[in-house]
Write a protein that binds this ligand. Structure first.
Ligand code: WT7
Length: 646
């Protein structure tokens, strides 16, 4: 672990919203009296009817229910759009930077209002009402934000599916929340390559019924099949409606969106976030973690298909009246300097990306960075996976030229927004540590039995009490919510992450302790990849684990047992990779496939993943006790045939 400490500069401490003393006072106040603390900070958004009740949350055992500001009413779209019209109608809300550097545009708050209203009218004309679920399968174009805010305006619940997921994955998500409408584009464009979004939607709808309307944004203008009566081009529908549409008064606890995420078992679960608590949290954390000030140009490089895009491209920044940059492309197209070219082109002050991007750019050396100015940059952020100290130092020294603090933000789809992170004017930085909890967040490290460990300690990370941005349930399956998050350590929210706390009280996230792997900041359930593999006719059994990967953080390592009579070959390996891509999507492609005549199982038939993980990690000496295996000899075979890392 890195021992280096970076102090807060006097400059930062003086200018930031929160310095060290203020952080201490806020944190203490939030722990002493959460009701009073959030009664005050809940007012950062506009309310139609103010709340009188602030916190009503229960982590069990028994009742698990989470309600914040429960008798208040508001509307998220009003807060992200309408309330800015008077003060900053002509300020840019969204800077859109296309995949092709010659394409970009700026949308003011006034234009955003007009677009969102028009979108809402198009949706409403097709029967979308409060509470209905709408699936979005879109590229990174402003229409994604318009459609999200249009749903929020009507009280409809959006479910965004990342454009890299396959028709099958999309179908499963449409079906789970019974969406009657899908919003997509003809094609997406990333790194100069086209993504057949509309064709994927057609294939998905062939597998599930119930979709009455498909709204298609023209992005590339490519020819796509349109089913009469079901499909409509957005521009044609929009020409028939006005750009005025009132925002519906929503209860604080009405659902805002569902976002599917992988767990350690079963199919992805629909994480449900509600209206007011989520928005308060997204806006509070966006302001303080990024020390956002009026006029700043802010860029988060995530995709809106992930929670980072929801909270820190759309909802947090727009609730704060910020200028948020939305990027359609990838860091390496048309050149490896693209991120920094975009920073210079738009004068970006705050830049938020993932460690995997930093590591891959690091591989190309300093020249592609140094050829750009980056003088507008003031703050850098990291999210999605642990950032190794080497990548941190490079980000700090080369990208930020030593002058920009790095906020390493730890959070999850479930948490709605950042929970553990430095505040740039308050927190000394240690490369590789997410540092300290934000006000309102009470982390707890527990041992395997659930006993709280105090002081410097390492164990599993729980959160002891609720915060406003917390997920409320698994859509349609509250029991799964309770089981997944509140049963391992009754009465506490279990994050699934391992964590160390050092003598300064700093938190160091060590990675998942369950069967979830983190590939390039994307979360993947090993069980999902396994079930895709065993669906292949030549596969009899599969076990999937993560292994350390230089760029991706973790890679996907699959042990595959073939059906009797099938022969291992490189062609079959390729066939299986293509199969998984088709079943789940490219992000689930196994990096390494090892054909294994047998898997290490206990006498009761349970696969011992601990052993498979160690072999994938090249830690042959640390296999532990193998005497309980039904056939200990399979381990020798697995070691002999270990696939080489790429
Ligand atoms: C998992 C959540 C947070 C939004 C994007 C990912 C890992 C996330 C960090 C960080 C170490 C991190 C955790 C977490 N993670 N941020 N700064 N340091 N690990 O959201 O897909 O829900 O994944 O990502 O393991 O549990 P997600």
């Amino acid at each position: 672990m890195s021992e280096k400490v970076y102090d807060v500069s006097a400059d930062w401490a003086g200018r930031a919203h929160i310095d060290a003393a203020k952080y201490g006072a806020m944190y203490e106040a939030s722990m002493r009296d959460p009701e009073a603390f959030w009664a005050e900070h809940g007012r950062r958004i506009d309310w139609m009817k103010p709340y009188t009740r602030v916190k009503n949350t229960h982590f069990g055992p028994g009742d698990v229910s989470i309600r914040w500001f429960e008798d208040g009413t508001t509307n998220v779209s009003h807060n992200c759009v309408d309330r800015h019209l008077e003060t900053r109608g002509d300020q840019v809300a969204i800077i859109w930077e296309g995949d092709d550097p010659s394409e970009s545009k700026k949308i003011t708050y006034r234009e955003l209002h007009s677009e969102v209203c028009r979108w809402a009218n198009v949706l409403r004309n097709r029967g979308v009402e409060r509470g209905d679920r709408v699936t979005l399968y879109l590229p990174m174009i402003p229409e994604a934000a318009y459609a999200m805010l249009a749903c929020a305006r009507l009280g409809a619940v959006h479910s965004i599916v990342f454009g890299g997921f396959s028709p099958d994955s999309l179908a499963g998500r449409i079906e789970d929340c019974a969406s009657k409408m899908v919003i997509t584009a003809d094609e997406g464009l990333r790194g100069g390559r086209k993504v057949p979004l509309k064709a994927n939607v057609d294939a998905a709808i062939e597998r599930v019924g119930g979709v009455d309307h498909v709204v298609v944004v023209r992005r590339t203008g490519g020819a796509v099949a349109m089913t009469p009566g079901r499909d409509v081009y957005y521009d044609e529908a929009a020409a028939m409606v006005t750009d005025e549409c009132p925002a519906v008064e929503m209860n604080a606890e009405d659902p805002l969106f569902i976002l599917y995420t992988s767990g350690s078992t079963g199919k992805p679960k629909g994480v449900l976030h509600t209206t007011a608590g989520y928005l308060v949290w997204a806006s509070f954390t966006h302001q303080y973690v990024f020390d956002y000030h009026e006029g700043d140009i802010y860029w988060c490089t995530a995709d809106v298909g992930w929670v980072t895009g929801h909270s820190y491209i759309v909802y947090g920044p727009l609730a704060n009246g910020a200028t948020t940059l939305m990027f359609e492309g990838i860091p390496t197209y048309p050149s490896i300097s693209r991120f920094w070219d975009v920073v210079d082109k738009h004068g970006v002050n705050i830049f938020y990306t993932a460690p995997t991007a930093i590591r891959s750019l690091m591989g190309a050396g300093e020249d592609p960075v140094k050829r750009t100015s980056r003088k507008s940059l003031r703050l850098l952020g990291s999210v999605g996976e642990p950032i190794n100290p080497e990548a941190w130092e490079w980000y700090h020294r080369v990208v930020g030229e030593g002058r920009c603090p790095i906020v390493d933000t730890w959070w999850q789809t479930e948490t709605g927004g950042i929970l553990i992170s430095p505040l740039p004017g308050a927190t000394k930085l240690k490369p590789g540590s997410a540092t300290l909890p934000l006000p309102g967040v009470k982390p707890m490290i527990v041992d395997a039995e659930g006993k709280e460990l105090t002081g410097a300690a390492e164990g599993n990370l729980c959160i002891a009490d609720s915060w406003p941005g917390q997920m409320r349930t698994v859509y349609g399956d509250h029991e799964r919510f309770v089981q997944t998050y509140f049963s391992t350590y009754p009465g506490k929210y279990f994050t699934g992450d391992g964590c160390r706390r050092d003598a300064d009280g700093y938190y160091w996230i060590t990675g998942r302790v369950d069967d979830v792997i983190n590939v390039s900041g994307h979360r993947m359930g090993t069980a999902e990849v396994e079930s895709a593999l065993v669906a292949h006719p030549k596969v009899s059994e599969a076990a999937v684990v993560g292994y350390p990967h230089d760029i991706k953080g973790q890679g996907i390592y699959a042990y595959v047992t073939l059906m009797a009579g099938e022969t291992p070959s490189d062609d079959l390996r390729k066939e299986l990779v293509a199969w998984v891509r088709r079943e789940i999507g490219p992000i689930a492609s196994p990096d390494l496939i090892q054909f294994a005549p047998g898997l290490p199982k206990t006498r009761s038939g349970k696969i011992m993943r601990r052993i498979l993980r160690k072999i994938a990690e090249d830690e042959f000496g640390a296999l532990g006790d193998t005497s309980t295996l039904a056939d200990p000899a399979v381990v020798d075979d697995l070691i002999t045939n270990r696939q080489n890392k790429r």
